[in-house]
Write a protein that binds this ligand. Structure first.
Ligand code: GAR
Length: 194
């Protein structure tokens, strides 16, 4: 794997499956004057992912990877990562689990954002489950990726209060805004340790 030297920016790949609001936000941060990273590749497992439009708009190399066979998919992804000299992967709403082998192959330089206060509410429908359980807080977590779903060392976490009149949509949108603050912060923290 390539490491950045001196002034060179760190090459990051963003993996998406859907809307790509976190991707859009990370693109914005990558364009800031003192940004330490460049988004050199976007990978999507969904051909019609709305987020791909941001990659196209900002002329970022992007690849759609067919996941009907995950071993082939991971092989193709690893080739792309090497070709584009990627140092770090950011999962941003990527709804596939990466294999132990893939993670090891990429030297564990993979981080993810998850919409809950991990280790609580791994998996899907996190905010709904938190509301059903009458939790006081939901939130979001950026963590290193391990082969177990939504596990791995926590980098940063933000608590978001669940308000009395919250609907799922209102709460999800409020947490998403916090995701957009948390992910760039966590990414910078990781980059300064690379
Ligand atoms: C985000 O809320 C992210 O935390 C979540 O998917 C959404 C993607 O939104 N990720 C997971 O649930 C991963 N387990 P986006 O496509 O607008 O960035």
């Amino acid at each position: 794997m390539q490491r950045s030297i001196g002034f060179k920016k760190i090459n990051v790949a963003i993996f998406i499956s859907g809307d790509g609001s976190n991707l859009k936000n990370l693109i914005y941060h990558s364009h800031k004057k003192n940004s330490k990273f460049k988004i050199a590749l976007v990978i999507s497992n969904v051909q019609k992912a709305k987020g791909l439009n941001y990659a196209i708009k900002f002329k970022i190399k992007n690849k759609i990877v067919n996941y009907s066979n995950f071993k082939d998919a991971e092989k193709k992804i690893l080739i792309e990562l090497k070709k584009n000299k990627i140092n770090l992967i950011c999962l941003a709403g990527f709804m596939k689990i990466l294999s132990k082998k893939f993670i090891k192959n990429f030297n564990h330089n993979i981080i993810n954002i998850h919409p809950s206060l991990l280790p609580k509410y791994k998996g899907l429908n996190t905010h709904q489950r938190a509301m059903d359980d009458k939790e006081k807080y939901s939130g979001c977590t950026v963590h290193y990726v391990s082969s177990k779903l939504d596990s791995g060392k926590i980098i940063l976490q933000k608590k978001v209060k669940i308000l009395k009149n919250d609907t799922l949509k209102i709460l999800s949108n409020r947490v998403l805004k916090h995701e957009h603050l948390l992910y760039p912060k966590a990414l910078n923290k990781v980059l300064s340790n690379l």
